[in-house]
Ligand binder design. Structure first.
Ligand SMILES: *[C@@H]1O[C@H](CO)[C@@H](O)[C@H](O)[C@H]1NC(C)=O
Ligand SMILES: *[C@@H]1O[C@H](CO)[C@@H](O)[C@H](O)[C@H]1NC(C)=O
Ligand SMILES: *[C@@H]1O[C@H](CO)[C@@H](O)[C@H](O)[C@H]1NC(C)=O
Ligand SMILES: *[C@@H]1O[C@H](CO)[C@@H](O)[C@H](O)[C@H]1NC(C)=O
Ligand SMILES: *[C@@H]1O[C@H](CO)[C@@H](O)[C@H](O)[C@H]1NC(C)=O
Length: 779
């Protein structure tokens, strides 16, 4: 009997074993508990965990750990699971107990990991240097890693992360080999960079810390790219004869670029260097220099244009068109001149000019020097002034010398020709004294006041203290084209009764043997404008909103226009201030100033005007003279605008008055047209449509069209007519009263009549109703 009971338990256990796998309850209240609750174990390492099967439910029942590896030991309700060497990839032990009603279990999750045997990086289907801008595929192969679900592969370029990848195969627990790919498009900055990848097993907090990482080898890459010029050079280089010339077209490129120079035809050599040098340039070195930089990826050409200046100049030589002509001729071979002979000839010319200038400088002052080329000739020009050359004339002699050399001489140096062209100017008396006097001398004349602002035709005066001491015993004077002067000591007074010259600046000066010293009194002669008027340019009548119009303000006969400010106004608002560009004219001029305006509807009825003001500074009249134009009112025409929009739907009860309002503003005043439901004729041509009592026939869409000459807008009213509830209520009440009356009559008739049979007939009931109605029916 006992034996049979044991057998029963064993067979029951076996049955439950098969059963638990598919259906044991992992959510029971008193469930087994593993310590630790999670295991991360490297493949082949030992591991262990213990399970507290239950607190009370399993006591006296069967409890156990089931696993495909290791062994278990039980002590009380505590079961310990131990593996000396974990070699199963799927080794999650199950701890459970069985009680008659149910089975209760817990699985210990065990992650068995294995870092990859090897990680390697390579290019997919490519070896050798890469080309800039092309796409390549990097591949990272991770060998025999488990579980692949926890693997992160990172691609790097040097220290820069390029991308992180994960496997899509997240169910495989056994080791797998997988290749991850990343597309790259190298740029020239990537030349020399090293690419590599890294495989990391991220196993969470229960896993090894830091997570196992295996890195690939590093593969250096070479990126080929076309040459790029390092700095953009000045393309036209102006250089003086004899100076060294260095042209630099350094470029970066991979492979290293080679350089080819194309020189002006006299030099045929081409050299392979980024720098081109000439120790001492000559005129023959002038021309275009092209530097062509190339490698297998492409080429670029840098063009230099070298302009050789023959001589020291005080003014910049010539126009570029001249240089271009010269440059163009250098593309064909020149006769026989060698660089050496060119240098010699130029030096000779130099020397000749120096001698010539030296000769003149003993006689007077050299004032200006310039050299330029024209049509293959060199012109050297200098001005020379002398007061002593012809002293008897009491004047200055001005000589201009032109030296002309043929730039491309035929064969020999002897045929260089030098033309000397002398132009002689004798600057006579007063005008000379005016232009040539020194305004910066120490003891210079002083005017009181130092500045004059005079209205044309007014009287004015000023006095000049000619000097403190320098002029005493010499000539001193005021020169002017108007007025008269009076001298008392070194004080000269200049008086004009009526100033009628527009350019009346008197000059106060004295002359001593060595020099002439002078001061000019600046006199501003002004005249307020005769008239200022405003108008529209090429437009009359109303203006249209949003269109552009030009206002013009004409200021007549004003002087000096330099000091004029024209302001445009709209009402009291300043629209703009303008000045003339003609700032040299001293005499009265008439000028028209224009301003573009784009009126809006708010500008309707505004007044435009302009004002001319002469701002003559603190020495001028205060306040400054102002002349205003007339005001021109404008009418702005604009399209109708609805003042307030109607609601989406207008609900109105039958019988009520209806008022639809589509009032709009617009200029000219808009006209209104109404379109009614059922296309009935328009009852009104006004902005408001009124129906004194609506019926259902009035329901529908009303369209109001508002238009004027500038445009049209339409407004839609959607009118919904509702049944009048008041009438319905009255009808219902009426019917109710009627029904009640009939009912009470019927009741009266049938109840009352039988109890009074013989006494009343129906006719009497109605007749005697007032007296007998209170008699209860039951009586
Ligand atoms: C030429 O130009 C490059 C780039 O601007 C510069 O690095 C180099 O020093 C220059 N070479 C010379 C000789 O000036
Ligand atoms: C120019 O020089 C570069 C670098 O020095 C070299 O690689 C290239 O072959 C040379 N090219 C020629 C045409 O000599
Ligand atoms: C004036 O305006 C009309 C059209 O608006 C144009 O045809 C004409 O050329 C304009 N005249 C001037 C002087 O601008
Ligand atoms: C119509 O609407 C305009 C603007 O909302 C209002 O000024 C005007 O008094 C209205 N007219 C009537 C008759 O209600
Ligand atoms: C409204 O104006 C239109 C066109 O201007 C005209 O045909 C129509 O007779 C007018 N209606 C009324 C009611 O004045």
């Amino acid at each position: 009997m006992f034996f049979r009971w044991i057998l029963l338990v064993v067979s029951l256990t076996n049955f439950l074993w098969d059963f638990y796998v598919s259906s044991c309850d992992e959510n029971c209240a008193d469930k087994p508990e593993f310590t630790p609750s999670i295991l991360v174990v490297k493949f082949g390492d030992p591991t262990s965990a213990s399970c507290s099967a239950c607190q009370h439910d399993c006591i006296g029942h069967i409890f156990k750990i089931e696993s495909n590896s290791g062994k278990t030991e039980t002590s009380g309700t505590m079961i310990t699971w131990m593996v000396n060497r974990l070699t199963e990839w799927d080794a999650s032990p199950l701890c459970y107990y069985t009680i008659p009603q149910a089975q209760c279990c817990t699985t210990l999750p065990v992650t068995v990991y294995k870092p990859p045997d090897n990680v390697s990086i390579s290019f997919d289907n490519h070896i050798g240097p890469m080309f800039e801008g092309h796409q390549y595929t990097l591949q990272c192969t991770v060998e025999e890693v488990a579980p692949i679900e926890n693997l992160t592969v990172t691609f790097y370029k040097g220290q820069t992360t390029l991308g992180q990848l994960h496997s899509e195969n997240i169910t495989e627990k056994k080791p797998v080999t997988e290749t991850f790919t990343l597309d790259i498009t190298p740029s020239k900055e990537d030349d020399g960079a090293q690419y590599w990848c890294e495989a990391k097993l991220e196993l969470g907090p229960a896993g090894p810390q830091p997570p196992p990482v295996v890195k690939s080898q590093k593969i250096p890459v070479t990126v080929y790219y076309e040459p790029q010029i390092e700095s953009s050079p000045a393309h036209t280089i102006t250089i003086t004869e004899g100076d060294p010339l260095q042209l630099n077209c350094s470029a970066v490129g991979n492979p290293s670029p080679s350089y080819t120079w194309t020189l002006p035809s006299t030099h045929s050599s081409s050299l392979n260097s980024s720098i081109f040098t000439i120790d001492s340039v000559t005129a023959a070195d002038e021309g275009p220099y092209n530097c062509s930089v190339s490698n297998i990826m492409g080429n670029v050409t840098v063009r230099f244009r070298v302009v050789v200046q023959g001589l020291t100049t005080t003014t910049l030589p010539t126009t570029t068109t001249t240089t271009a002509t010269t440059a163009a001729t250098t593309t064909t071979p020149k006769p026989t001149t060698t660089p050496n002979s060119a240098t010699t000839s130029s030096a000779l010319l130099h020397r000749f000019i120096m001698c010539f200038m030296l000769l003149f400088s003993t006689l007077g002052t050299l004032t200006q020097l310039a050299a330029h080329r024209l049509n293959n000739r060199v012109f050297v020009t200098f001005n020379f002034e002398s007061q002593s050359l012809w002293p008897s004339l009491d004047s200055t002699v001005c000589i201009t010398v032109h030296l002309v050399r043929l730039q491309d001489p035929p064969e020999t140096m002897l045929s260089y020709r030098i033309f000397v062209v002398l132009s002689l100017n004798i600057l006579r008396d007063l005008s000379m004294s005016v232009t040539g006097c020194d305004e910066n001398c120490a003891d210079k004349p002083e005017f009181t006041p130092s500045i004059l602002v005079v209205k044309f035709g007014d009287s004015t005066s000023a006095s000049c203290s000619a000097c403190q001491h320098d002029c005493i015993g010499h000539i001193f004077k005021i020169e002017s084209n108007s007025g008269k002067t009076e001298t008392s000591g070194t004080m000269i007074t200049w008086t004009v009764d009526r100033l009628t010259e527009w350019d009346a600046s008197p000059l106060c000066y004295y002359t001593i043997p060595q020099a002439q010293c002078c001061t000019t009194l600046p006199v501003t002669v002004y005249k307020p404008p005769d008239n200022v008027s405003i108008s529209f340019d090429n437009h009359t009548g109303p203006v249209f909103e949003g269109h552009q119009y030009t206002l013009q303000c004409t200021v007549e006969e004003i002087a000096p226009i330099e000091n004029l400010t024209v302001t445009f106004y709209k009402g009291q608002t300043t629209l703009g201030q303008l000045h003339s560009e003609n700032i040299t004219e001293k005499k009265p001029v008439t000028e028209t100033f224009t301003l573009d305006i784009t009126p809006s509807k708010e500008d309707d009825g505004a007044q435009y005007w302009c004002e001319a003001k002469l701002e003559l500074g603190p020495a001028g009249p205060q306040p400054p003279p102002v002349v205003k134009s007339q005001k021109i009112p404008v009418t702005v025409h604009y399209k109708p605008q609805i003042e307030s929009l109607p609601p989406d739907e207008i609900t109105i009860t039958e019988g009520n008055p209806l008022q639809l309002n589509c009032s709009a503003v617009g200029k000219p005043s808009p006209s209104y047209t109404w379109k009614l439901p059922l296309d009935s004729p328009s009852p009104s041509n006004s902005s408001v449509l009124t129906i004194s009592s609506v019926t259902f026939a009035d329901e529908g869409l009303y369209t109001c069209t508002v238009s004027n000459s500038r445009g049209t807008v339409t407004v839609k009213f959607n009118v919904d007519v509702q049944v009048n509830m008041g009438i319905i209520t009255a009808v219902i009440i009426g019917v109710f009263v009627l029904v009640m009356t009939v009912l009470s009559l019927l009741v009266y008739f049938y109840c009352y009549k039988p109890s009074r049979v013989g006494q009343y007939n129906l006719k009497d009931v109605f007749r005697l109703h007032a007296r007998h109605s209170t008699v209860p029916c039951a009586e």
